[in-house]
Design a binder for this molecule. Structure first.
Ligand code: NAD
Length: 496
């Protein structure tokens, strides 16, 4: 890697925590701020504006005015494309600053902010920019007496509420399709990671996005988030976060204007390994890499290994051997593989699950302890539990930390039942060298994405989302355009 001293860069950085409305920075309506701490060392990074109902209202009014006068929605698609392409270029040009903000804000290793988060956010915006003038509407095959046009129109004002684990990328997954289809957006980032979202709003304006089309209001969920989801002038909510809050989003819609709600929620993804899969070493390496990536704070982390009893001991040994690579270290060091959990609350949650797992009878085979306490930050060792039973809390609930549980099965039917035995359905994987089994089990798994003999593939071209309580709607791919558009039928009489 390069020889950049990220500590020096961090010390020189002057992030701005103020709201962005109408393309300009402003303090919260009542002047309030909250302290944003860095998970790396627990120190206060900066005061961030505590947006509340009045700020959300100002942002929504700005977005509504921008939508109604057509300054964005009525621009030719080719012009919208050009501006969004420039936005993507600006993101790449600000790569180091954005990566540093992301790492300081939520604790992921700088090498991954640079190599994953920033390029993926830019690619998302660029990909939807390209879609702007390439997606066609439809004409229905009706009788000769009339023409039926089936067109997609922007919703209007879209409220986006996103989590802290991939702050910039989750925002981009909403912004790309929402802006490409001509909507105006009000984004409420997580109070735990607001910094890159605020910078994105400035970069968008620099790229030529008309002021008011994309506003960002930081603040707490129960204040700014709730105000946005209840607002009568918001036409749709694109939400990514926990299943608990996703449920609330549906309630807010019911209590207000029945706005469309698209939820991308939690997961407890199964990683099913059959005894006929020869390369157990590769399977173990893959699960460790995917599980401990981003400190285990990934919605699609394969947190349940469901392994045939005849190979389980060997599999546990191989996964355990991978753990030292992921010992938590300073996220600002270029070689760090696993960084800090996002805050003290998340640290306590994860440690609580580790205690619960041990208390319920599962065996810690590696990890299980807090790490780097002296740093003042929030670090947990990569942890593997063996002998996990399906009714234990660590097998059923999303931990959102570096904690893997291994369950054992006897036959294919039991493997499928265990894999499907949660309220979630985000992702799953099956590892088998038997072609028919791989297909059979993939079909039986109730998940939005199923991986076969790998877990790493990912691309903006494919949909991402869940079955069951992992949500509805899909982020990414052309399917995401459906969430941010209304379908209109226009009948035109043709006199003969
Ligand atoms: P969270 O649900 O606590 O918060 C998400 C967002 O909702 C934040 O901006 C928060 O401020 C806001 N919020 C909280 N309470 C609210 C309320 N009462 N009203 C309105 N808004 C409110 O989730 P989190 O802890 O930030 O993120 C972790 C969760 O996100 C995990 O469950 C993870 O699986 C999920 N996630 C899902 C995906 C996906 O694509 N399916 C991707 C990333 C993360």
């Amino acid at each position: 890697m390069d020889a950049v001293n990220w500590h020096e860069r961090a010390a020189a950085l002057k992030p701005d925590g103020r709201i962005v409305i109408d393309g300009a920075r402003r303090a919260a309506h009542n002047g309030e701020n909250f302290d944003k701490r860095s998970p790396i060392d627990g120190r206060v990074l900066l005061p961030v504006a505590r947006g509340r109902e009045a700020d959300i209202d100002a942002a929504v009014r700005s977005a509504r005015a921008a939508f109604d006068d057509g300054r964005w929605a009525k621009k030719p698609p080719a012009v919208r494309k050009k501006i969004l392409q420039r936005f993507a270029e600006k993101i790449l040009a600000a790569k180091e600053e954005l990566a540093l903000l992301e790492t300081l804000d939520m604790g992921k290793p700088i090498q991954y902010s640079l190599s994953v988060d920033v390029p993926a956010a830019a690619r998302t915006i660029a990909w939807y920019a390209e879609a702007t003038d390439k997606v066609y509407d439809e004409i229905a095959p009706t009788a000769h007496s009339a023409l039926a046009l089936i067109t997609r129109e922007p919703m209007g004002v879209v409220g986006c509420v996103v989590p802290w684990n991939y702050p910039m990328l989750m925002a981009a997954w909403k912004l790309g399709p929402a802006l490409a289809t001509g909507n105006s957006v009000v984004l409420k980032p997580s109070e735990k990671s607001p910094l890159t979202a605020l910078r994105l709003a400035e970069l968008a304006v620099e790229a030529g996005l008309p002021p008011g089309v994309f506003n960002v209001v930081p603040g707490y969920g129960h204040e700014a988030g709730e105000a946005l989801a209840l607002h009568m002038e918001v036409d749709a909510i694109g939400f990514t976060g926990s299943t608990r809050v996703g449920r609330r989003m549906l309630e807010y819609a019911g209590r207000s204007n029945l706005k469309r709600v698209f939820n991308e929620l939690g997961g407890k993804s199964a990683f099913v390994v059959f005894a006929d899969f020869a390369d157990l070493q590769r399977a173990a390496k893959t699960i460790a890499g995917s599980m401990f990536f981003n400190q285990g704070e990934s919605c699609n982390a394969p947190s349940r290994a469901i392994v045939h009893e005849s190979i389980a001991d060997e599999f546990v040994k191989l996964v355990t051997a991978e753990a030292p690579k992921y010992q938590p270290a300073d996220p600002l060091e270029a070689s760090t593989e696993m960084g800090a959990l996002v805050d003290d609350g998340q640290l306590r949650t994860v440690m609580g699950y580790i205690e619960a797992g041990s208390g319920e009878g599962a065996q810690v085979v590696t990890g299980g302890r807090q790490a780097r306490k002296d740093s003042g930050g929030y670090y947990v060792e990569p942890t593997v539990f063996d002998r996990v039973k399906p009714d234990m809390s660590i097998a059923r609930e999303e931990i959102f930390g570096p904690v893997l549980g291994v369950l054992r099965f006897r036959d294919e039917g039991e493997a499928i039942a265990l894999a499907n035995g949660t309220s979630y359905g985000l992702q799953a994987s099956v590892w088998s060298d038997n072609l028919s089994r791989a297909h059979r089990v993939s079909r039986a798994l109730r998940a939005g994405t199923v991986h076969v003999n790998q877990y790493d593939e990912d691309d903006i071209t494919v949909p991402f989302g869940g079955y069951k309580q992992s949500g509805n709607g899909r982020d990414k791919s052309l399917h995401a355009l459906e969430k941010y558009t209304e379908l209109k039928t226009t009948w035109i009489r043709i006199d003969g």
